[in-house]
Design a protein around this ligand. Structure first.
Ligand code: IPM
Ligand code: MN
Length: 397
C-alpha cells in the first residue's frame, strides 16, 4: 500500500503559481505511478491576494499548515506596492510567519551544477557528476539574526496576534536626527541546532558521495558579538564530529572564495542575513536563480520553496524556469524519506533527481535563463514525462 502524505501548497505571487504548476505536474505523476501519494491542499496567499482581499491568506491557513501538513510547498510571495500598514511585505505571513511560527530553523540551499548547465562565471559545463565540480549546500540559520523582529511580527500576525513587541532603546550615542535600526540577536541554542544540522548533513553526504566533507562556518566574528557566539558554538559542536573537516571564514572573504573556487566548498553554515545574501550569489554557480531550490526544516515541520521570488516582471508569460520549484519538490521527497524513514519517498527523490539530470544532459527543453527558449510548461512536461518513464521502468508496468 502506498504511503500517504499531506502536502499544502501556497502558490503565492507572480511567477510563483506558474512554477508551482509544474511542481504539481510532477507530483501528480508520482501520485499516479509512484510508491507514495501526496494528498494536496492549495491555499491562496501573497501580496496580490492582500491587495484584493485585505488579508494575506484566509483565516485558519496557519493552523492548517501547522496541524494538517506533512510538508508545505511555497511558490513565492511579494507583489509591487503590496505592503502592510506597518511597512512589512504583504504576504510575509505565509513565508516568514511559517519560518518563525513553525520554528523552521535550518534553511537548506543546495548549490550544484547539473549536467548540461553552464556555470555562469567560468562558462564550463563541468557538472555535479564530476567530483571536482560545484556541489555544495549552504545552510542558513532561519529564525533569528537580523530577521528576528520581522519573523516574530509575521508569526504573531499569522497566529492572530497583532501587537508588536517593541524594544525601547532611548538613544544611540553619537547619532543625531532620525534613526532606523534593527536588532541582530544570535542565541546559543539557535546556533547550536543549526550548526549540528550542518554537521549531520555533512556526515550523510560523506557516506552518500563517498568522499571527505568539510563544514565551513561563515560569519563576521572579527566585528560582531553575535557572530563570536556563533563561531564559538561551531567549534564546540565540531569537536563532536571528528570525521568531518572544518573551516572558518569571514563573510566578506567567503564571497570572494565562493566566486573563485567553489569546487572546494562542501557544507556551509551561516547566520540568517549572510545566508540570504550568499545563496543568491551562489546561485550563479549553478546556472542562476532559476535553478536554486530550498528546504526550510524544523523539528516537526518542513517547507520547500524555490529561492527566486515572485519576479513580477516575468509573470504571466509562461517563460521562467520551473526547475528550482521542481528541485524543491525533489528535496521535499528527500526529507519526507529521511524524516519518516520511508525508503519509497527516498526512491521518489532519486528518480526525480535522475529525471532532472537526464532532461538537462539529453537536451530536453530549457528556458531562456539557461540558454534555451522553451516555456515554463514545456520544461515541466518534459521532466514529468521522464519521471513517468523511469517509474514505469522501475515498477515494470
Ligand atoms: C529568501 C527571500 C526572503 C528572505 C524574502 C522574500 C523576505 O529573499 O527566501 O531568500 O529575505 O528571506
Ligand atoms: Mn533571499
Amino acid at each position: 500500500m502506498s504511503q500517504r502524505y499531506r502536502l499544502t501548497i501556497l502558490p503565492g505571487d507572480g511567477t510563483g503559481p506558474e512554477v508551482v504548476e509544474e511542481a504539481k505536474r510532477v507530483v501528480s505523476v508520482f501520485n499516479e505511478l509512484g510508491p507514495i501519494t501526496l494528498d494536496t491542499t492549495e491555499i491562496p496567499c501573497g501580496g496580490k491576494f492582500y491587495q484584493d482581499t485585505g488579508e494575506e491568506w484566509p483565516t485558519g491557513s496557519f493552523e492548517h499548515c501547522r496541524d494538517n501538513s506533512d510538508a508545505i510547498l511555497v511558490g513565492a510571495v511579494g507583489w509591487p506596492g503590496a505592503r502592510l500598514p506597518n511597512g512589512d511585505v504583504a504576504g510575509g505571513q505565509a513565508l516568514l510567519g511559517l519560518r518563525s511560527g513553525l520554528d523552521l530553523f535550518a534553511n537548506i540551499r543546495p548549490v550544484k551544477l547539473y549536467p548540461g548547465v553552464k556555470h555562469k562565471v567560468n562558462g564550463s559545463f563541468k557538472s555535479v557528476w564530476d567530483s571536482d565540480s560545484v556541489d555544495m549546500v549552504l545552510i542558513r540559520e532561519n529564525t533569528e539574526g537580523l530577521y528576528h523582529s520581522l519573523l516574530r511580527r509575521s508569526s504573531r500576525a499569522a497566529q492572530g496576534g497583532e501587537k508588536d513587541e517593541p524594544i525601547v532603546i532611548e538613544k544611540f550615542p553619537g547619532l543625531d536626527g532620525e534613526i532606523a535600526w534593527d536588532l541582530r540577536p544570535i542565541s546559543r541554542n539557535g546556533s547550536e541546532r543549526v550548526v549540528r544540522f550542518a554537521f549531520e548533513l555533512a556526515s550523510r553526504r560523506k557516506q552518500q558521495l563517498n568522499r571527505s566533507q568539510k563544514v565551513t562556518c561563515v560569519d563576521k566574528s572579527n566585528v560582531t558579538r553575535g557572530c563570536r557566539l556563533f563561531r564559538q558554538v561551531f567549534r564546540e559542536v565540531a569537536s563532536e564530529f571528528s570525521g568531518i573537516e572544518t573551516d572558518e571564514a569571514f563573510i566578506d572573504a567567503f564571497t570572494m572564495w565562493l566566486a573563485r573556487s567553489p569546487e572546494d566548498i562542501d557544507v556551509v553554515v551561516l547566520p540568517n542575513m549572510f545566508g540570504d545574501i550568499a545563496t543568491d550569489l551562489a546561485s550563479v554557480l549553478q546556472g542562476g536563480m532559476g535553478m536554486a531550490a530550498s528546504a526550510n526544516i524544523g523539528e516537526s515541520h518542513m517547507l520547500f520553496e524555490p529561492v527566486h521570488g515572485s519576479s513580477p516582471k516575468h509573470s504571466g508569460q509562461n517563460k521562467v524556469n520551473p526547475i528550482a520549484a521542481i528541485s524543491s519538490t525533489q528535496l521535499l521527497f528527500e526529507y519526507l524519506g529521511l524524516r519518516n524513514q520511508d525508503d519509497s519517498a527516498t526512491m521518489c527523490a532519486e528518480i526525480l533527481e535522475k529525471a532532472i539530470c537526464e532532461h538537462l544532459v539529453e537536451g530536453g527543453p530549457i528556458t531562456y535563463d539557461i540558454g534555451g527558449s522553451a516555456s515554463t510548461s514545456d520544461v515541466g512536461k518534459g521532466i514529468a514525462e521522464r519521471c513517468a518513464r523511469i517509474l514505469r521502468e522501475t515498477s515494470g508496468i
